[in-house]
Design a protein around this ligand. Structure first.
Ligand code: DX5
Ligand code: ZN
Length: 227
């Protein structure tokens, strides 16, 4: 079975919100099995949370994980979320690993234009992320240059935290500025109760870790997130 046949769907016009399970809550001893299950259940994107212990107080995974996922899922969109101090340093390694989207934080790279260009030169889509305490205005000057805006709805670092509803104000501000080939991604605390308001506020790429991999019934969880 071919899973997720559109590696470039972050930069395509879409008709419904995409579901991106974050593998942070998968069983790391059974990563391939867990990813295959959620893709077969219709999830379109795999979200890979990279943390360096500096930008956020946690350590997770790196290019090697992406390389193995690419080998196992050649047609699946791999969406990398860099929560690190120096995302530019690691770009080449992730490109070599075969990822599709590279998102970094404006808090880590306050002057992002060079890195945006490097990411596009490498033929990846580029995302720009903001933390809950950062105003939308921090990324607005660059919004035309990126393929995706990621609005964090928890303080980054760990899965399983509660959704911060105040961030919906920011997605309402950003959504009308986006073209139909740009995504608005919400990340953190999404579950069947919090997803509807996010979609209503313009988000069309929904990340969920604990609500999918922690669910007893993952099919029901994905269906409920999709709505
Ligand atoms: C948080 C990560 C998220 C996280 C989401 O720092 O960027 O992608 O894994 O986890 P949940 O969905 O459990 O809040
Ligand atoms: Zn993330």
């Amino acid at each position: 079975m071919t899973l997720g046949t559109q590696r470039n769907l972050i930069s395509q016009p879409i008709s419904h919100a995409l579901i991106a399970p974050s593998i942070l809550s998968a069983d790391f001893a059974h990563m391939g099995r867990d990813c295959r299950e959620v893709l077969e259940l219709g999830a379109e994107v795999l979200h890979i949370d990279v943390m360096d212990g500096h930008f956020v107080p946690n350590l997770t995974m790196g290019p090697a994980m992406c390389q193995w996922l690419r080998a196992e899922f050649p047609d699946t969109c791999l969406d990398v979320h860099m929560m690190v101090d120096d995302p530019a340093r690691f770009l080449d390694d992730f490109v070599a690993a075969g990822i599709d989207n590279y998102t970094f934080h404006i808090e880590a790279v306050p002057e992002p234009e060079d890195l945006i260009q490097r990411i596009h030169d490498a033929k990846l889509t580029c995302g720009l992320a903001i933390n809950p305490d950062t105003p939308a205005t921090a990324i607005l000057p660059y919004i035309d240059q990126v393929d995706l805006a990621l609005v964090m709805s928890v303080h980054p670092g760990f899965s399983g935290q509660a959704f911060i509803p105040e961030v919906l104000e920011k997605t309402r501000q950003i959504a009308p500025l986006l073209r139909d080939n740009q995504r608005l991604e919400m990340d953190g605390g999404l579950n069947p109760s919090t997803a509807p308001a996010s979609k209503e506020a313009g988000c069309d790429l929904l990340v969920a870790a604990s609500a999918i991999f922690g669910a007893a019934d993952r099919a029901a969880a994905i269906a409920a997130l999709r709505g």
